[in-house]
Design a protein around this ligand. Structure first.
Ligand code: ADP
Ligand code: MG
Length: 273
């Protein structure tokens, strides 16, 4: 279809995303909370899905929001394609657990909204792009439906189309499937992997679910709380598409869960071999 933008040329030696020494401290009623302490990571161009995994409070959302430019770090910096992030931008689209669609707009209008300010594009081209991405997420027959007529999974599909349509350099996803039922979620895992294969976007995906991370991620960055840090990294080289119910995903999940358990074990509770 003519609306399909060319998949970007990729050179794996180029760094797409650099997070360098990022620290973020929040002032709360009960004192200072170090949400992130000296966090650094790099994602190369062409790396598919990098997952930030950790328990609640480990700073995953704070880190994603800093990459998105929605929060500012107290120390350190974020570079996307070599340029410092100073605020939100169309090159970094974010998808949250709640789809945050406009209820007064129908499906295609919601996707068009994000394309409104894109310069040098005719209304007809915008419509073609919006339709292309809605077809890609399986909603080609629901262009005129309203938000209240959609299931939770369909709403997240619209949100995904809306995030992809401006053709961002990086897609940031914060627990986007956490509120969905298991069957809907499992289909979305397959679809997201297919979409990645078509569009080759750099995706940073936040989750507290280890199996979900292994199903989706090429790289798993394990975060721990108080202060939020990246404790460990793993490469997952399983072939795609991966099925979350497969033995291979379960085996990797057991290994990574065992690593997390070891951090949490109180020293005095450990038995020596
Ligand atoms: P996660 O997404 O891994 O659950 P968050 O990034 O939301 O973790 O939070 C990390 C820590 O920072 C938590 O202790 C949380 O309470 C605190 N925090 C996050 N955002 C704020 C904020 N706006 N004000 C105060 N504390 C915050
Ligand atoms: Mg969070």
């Amino acid at each position: 279809m003519s609306a399909e933008p060319a998949a970007p040329a990729q050179s794996p030696e180029r760094l797409k995303l650099v997070v360098a020494g990022v620290t973020k401290v929040f002032k709360t009623g009960s004192g200072l909370v170090t949400a992130l302490e000296n966090v650094s990571l790099q994602v190369r161009e062409g790396e598919a899905i990098s997952c930030l995994v950790g328990p609640s409070g480990s700073g995953k959302s704070t880190l994603l929001n800093i990459i998105a430019g929605l929060e500012k770090p107290d120390q350190g910096e974020v570079l996307v394609d070599g340029e410092p992030v100073v605020g939100p931008g169309r090159d970094r689209m974010v998808m949250f657990q709640e789809s945050a669609l406009f209820p007064w707009l129908n499906v295609i209008e919601n996707v068009l909204f994000g394309l409104k300010l894109k310069p040098g594009v005719t209304n007809r081209q915008r419509r073609e792009v919006a339709e292309y991405y809605l077809q890609m997420v399986g909603l080609g027959r629901f262009l005129k439906a309203y938000v209240h007529e959609l299931s939770g999974g369909m709403k997240q599909r619209v949100a995904l189309a809306r995030a992809l349509a401006p053709n961002p350099s990086i897609l940031l996803m914060d627990e986007p499937f956490a509120a969905l039922d298991a069957m809907t979620r499992e289909q979305l895992y397959i679809d997201l992997q297919e979409i990645w294969q078509k569009r080759r976007k750099t995706i940073v995906f936040v989750t507290h679910n280890v199996r979900e991370a292994i199903c989706l991620g090429d790289r798993i960055m394990l975060m721990s709380p108080s202060p939020g840090r990246i404790q460990d990294q793993f490469t997952i080289a399983l072939p795609r598409p991966r099925d979350i119910n497969s033995v291979e995903v379960a085996r990797h999940a057991m290994e990574i869960t065992a690593v997390i358990r070891r951090w949490n074990q109180p020293r005095e509770g450990r038995t020596s071999p």
